[in-house]
Design a protein around this ligand. Structure first.
Ligand SMILES: Nc1nc2c(ncn2[C@@H]2O[C@H](COP(=O)(O)OP(=O)(O)O)[C@@H](O)[C@H]2O)c(=O)[nH]1
Ligand SMILES: [Mg+2]
Length: 300
């Protein structure tokens, strides 16, 4: 472990930060070792969330919205980092290029100091992505990035789990498409501390916000705030920025979130077990059952 590099990263050198995050991403650096060995200054606790996941279907306007939110937060003196989780679909070559274009707040000299942006190409990562993200968030906090936003596409188990590692979860939706609130979204909405219906400049946004509120009111537990924004026209953005910055932990999704975190840790435990290869060989020839394999791997 290159302690000099890590201490430089903690002290604000961005190139060292990028290299350290790459090390965490590709598994050559271990966050526990860093915590044990690096000189970590005492940081003031902001008192609210340290990580906020912003999740939702591709194209709803997450990146555009985040760009506006980052400008407002950075402009008010908050050091804010964005981890954009990029599933890198081979079809499009990943959302990375698109996001670079959309996140323009970093090009503003007065905001630059307070903003750090990093993409994580999940397809290239060999390990457990949600926990890699959790470790990167942890390191960003050590390096003085008090608030970390995680942009994830809200589909697929791994992406939901990436959101679940955050202190708060915001689900972004678009205008109604006439099919109501679909069951497939219910799992994600169950995790939401707030919902933003973006593209309020388009028809159907208000209707969808109403549909969402109705479905939350029918359900159990607290009803999360549902906000309307237009990242295009910049309406509702400053209200959303204020509300999100102090978003209370309602506790409505605590259990669901711990469920995802537990599964992520359990999966890592199995994948990192020294007995994994041997157990796979035994499973392959049929000499042990799956239950026996789980007892061996998960119980260690
Ligand atoms: N009409 C309208 N279009 C928007 C708004 N916000 C984003 N878009 C457009 O929606 C598309 C997807 O935006 P993007 O931020 O990349 O979505 P993401 O995939 O959720 O990150 C882009 O063409 C944006 O210009 C909005 O508030 N209103
Ligand atoms: Mg995006």
């Amino acid at each position: 472990m290159n302690l000099g590099l890590i201490n430089d990263a903690i002290n604000g050198d961005r190139r060292s930060l990028a290299r350290t995050l790459s090390g965490i991403e590709n598994g050559t650096l271990n966050i526990m070792e860093i915590q044990q060995n690096a000189d970590i200054p005492h940081r003031i606790d902001s008192g609210n969330w340290k990580s906020l996941a912003i999740t939702g279907a591709p194209g709803v306007g997450k990146s555009c919205l985040i760009d506006k939110l980052l400008s407002i937060w950075a402009g008010s003196g908050i050091k804010i980092a964005l981890l954009a989780i990029d599933p890198s679909s081979p079809r499009t070559g990943g959302a990375l290029l698109g996001d670079r274009v959309r996140i323009t707040s970093v090009d503003d000299d007065s905001l630059k100091e307070n903003i750090y942006i990093r993409s994580i190409a999940t397809r290239k990562s060999s390990g457990n992505v949600p926990l890699i993200v959790a470790d990167m968030v942890e390191f960003l906090h050590m390096a003085g990035w008090e608030r970390v936003v995680i942009e994830t596409v809200g589909s697929g188990q791994s992406e939901v789990r990436c959101a679940a590692i955050a202190d708060r979860i915001v689900v972004v939706e678009g205008p109604a498409r006439g099919d109501g609130v679909q069951a497939e979204k219910a799992g994600l909405l169950e995790l939401a501390d707030a919902v933003i219906v973006n593209k309020s400049d388009l028809k159907g946004a208000e209707k969808h916000a109403e549909e969402l509120l109705e479905s939350f009111e029918l359900g159990l537990g607290d009803v999360p705030p549902v906000m309307l924004t237009s990242a295009l026209n910049e309406t509702g953005i400053s209200e959303a920025a204020d509300a999100l910055l102090d978003l209370p932990d309602t506790g409505r999704s605590v259990r669901a979130r711990w469920r995802e975190r537990l599964l992520a840790h359990y999966e890592r435990k199995i994948l990192e077990s020294p007995d994994l290869e041997e157990i796979l060989s035994l499973l392959a020839v049929g000499s042990i059952s799956v239950d026996e394999a789980i007892n061996t791997l998960g119980g260690q």
